[in-house]
Design a protein around this ligand. Structure first.
Ligand code: ADP
Length: 430
């Protein structure tokens, strides 16, 4: 620009028309800029990267820079496109139903198995709210839950006999991936296992009752039998009694597992129930003279089934008695929590449980010391029963323990199953 201005000044001075030459130089410079600008616009409008317009000076440098930037961005775009295509191919090839959900759980994309398992129409259901297409109440509740770590099991909307395991995974801001898998075979096997255990337990009940009856009559007249026989009869009675307990516990567990009915509607007076259980625990403790304290909120009742709740509370309290040395302290508490729920807690100062055993304690027949459990008359099913009953009440069992210090078993009940005695009296009064 300086060179052009100097040339215009020189020519203007030589011809005596300085202003005219300066004007012509500025006009020419402006035209050159406009020309280069329009070339740049035309070039940018092309989708493909064509050869660079040739130019000198400032425009040459600008063209060079812009070309390099565009070249880089086009290369990145192509790479991303390739990656996206590969991802779609991979997701389409997955054997499980996969649905991409955008904001407000609107369907953005799904693969072929999703059409078959979830009954989605080929591409027509994109843009729909998933809750309008999968209407099972358990799925709607799961969808609203937001933070769901565990999958749920629901029947397929296409075929009621197909059971699906549905899992929602969050993967971005307000985005979720729905993965559904056909678990009908697994479900049938699980049902067969439950039925088998229930049937065997049921079949064993009658012969055991007969054997126990005969043993009782034999024990009544045992004075006339030789000492060896007397001992054998006592041992046989003990083992029969143990087997009867196992069968009763197995049948109770099967009922819990197979029951689709909601929990009962009794209003269980937990405080009174715990007072009775404490008395039984003191009897069980006998000579061991454990110090068993009870602190229960008398206002707090549970809407449910008396037998199920008695089984939960007594299993935990009797375990504390059995696994705490003589004279040890056992604390039982029943109280409200800040989240409007309630907790039943049993704290003992017994032998405690090593951390690696804790996750497995609620498995059937899992015992830390099998010999000791048998000697105490345990069936190894108590905590499995507690876990199943708690699931039925939408609650859960928590276990804190330290070897040598003792254990704390905590049953957390949600507000939905609780009733306040005071509010019930108020309602009755009004
Ligand atoms: P069991 O009939 O053997 O007591 P449970 O299912 O009630 O069966 O308990 C499983 C195992 O957990 C027990 O065998 C015992 O090893 C352990 N356990 C349960 N409660 C306690 C406790 N309060 N302190 C120490 N160990 C316990």
């Amino acid at each position: 620009m300086i060179m052009v201005a100097l040339l215009a000044l020189l020519l203007g001075w030589a011809t005596g028309h300085v202003l005219l030459f300066l004007f012509l130089a500025t006009f020419g410079y402006l035209v050159w800029h406009l020309y280069n600008l329009s070339r740049l616009q035309r070039w940018l409008r092309q989708a493909e990267l064509s050869s660079l317009p040739v130019s000198r000076g400032a425009w040459g440098t600008a063209f060079d820079g812009i070309y390099r930037l565009r070249e880089g961005s086009l290369r990145r775009r192509k790479r991303l496109n390739r990656l996206l295509k590969r991802f779609y191919k991979l997701a389409a090839a997955l054997p499980d139903a996969t649905v991409m959900l955008g904001e407000h759980d609107i369907i953005e994309w799904y693969n072929k198995p999703a059409q078959k398992l979830l009954g989605l129409q080929p591409s027509a259901d994109v843009g729909q709210y998933i809750g309008n297409l999968l209407r099972h109440p358990a799925f709607r509740a799961y969808l609203d839950e937001n933070d769901s770590d565990e999958p749920i099991e629901i029947p397929s909307p296409e075929d009621e006999s197909t059971i699906l395991s549905v899992h929602l995974v969050s993967y971005g801001k307000n985005r979720r991936l729905l993965i559904a898998r056909d678990i009908t075979r697994l479900h049938r096997l699980e049902q067969m296992r439950r039925d088998f255990v229930a049937d065997v337990s049921h079949e064993l009940r009658t012969p055991l009752t007969v054997i126990a009856g005969y043993l009782e009559s034999m024990a009544d007249g045992a004075d006339e039998l030789p000492a060896d026989w007397q001992r054998s009869i006592v041992l046989m009675e003990q083992q029969t009694c143990r087997m009867q307990h196992i069968v009763t516990d197995l049948l109770f567990l099967s009922r819990m597992e197979n029951s689709v009915q909601p929990v009962g509607a009794d209003e269980v007076d937990v405080s009174a129930l715990l007072t009775a259980i404490r008395e039984d625990a003191l009897t069980l403790s006998g000579e061991s003279r454990h110090a068993i304290s009870l602190d229960a909120d008398p206002d707090l009742l549970i809407k449910g089934n008396y037998e199920e709740l008695r089984s939960v509370f007594s299993n935990l309290v009797f375990n504390a008695v059995q696994y705490t040395p003589a004279g040890g302290k056992i604390e039982i508490r029943w109280h409200r929590t800040d989240d409007h729920g309630a907790r039943f807690e049993v704290k003992d100062h017994g032998q405690g449980i090593a951390a690696h055993h804790i996750p497995r304690l609620t498995e059937r027949f899992y015992r830390i010391d099998v010999g000791r459990s048998r000697e105490k008359g345990g069936t190894g099913l108590g905590l499995a029963i507690v876990k199943h009953v708690m699931n039925r009440y939408q609650g859960h069992l928590e276990i804190d323990s330290e070897v040598g210090k003792g254990s704390l078993f905590r049953c957390c009940f949600p507000a939905a199953v609780l009733v306040s005695r005071a509010s019930r009296t108020l309602k009755a009064g009004s």
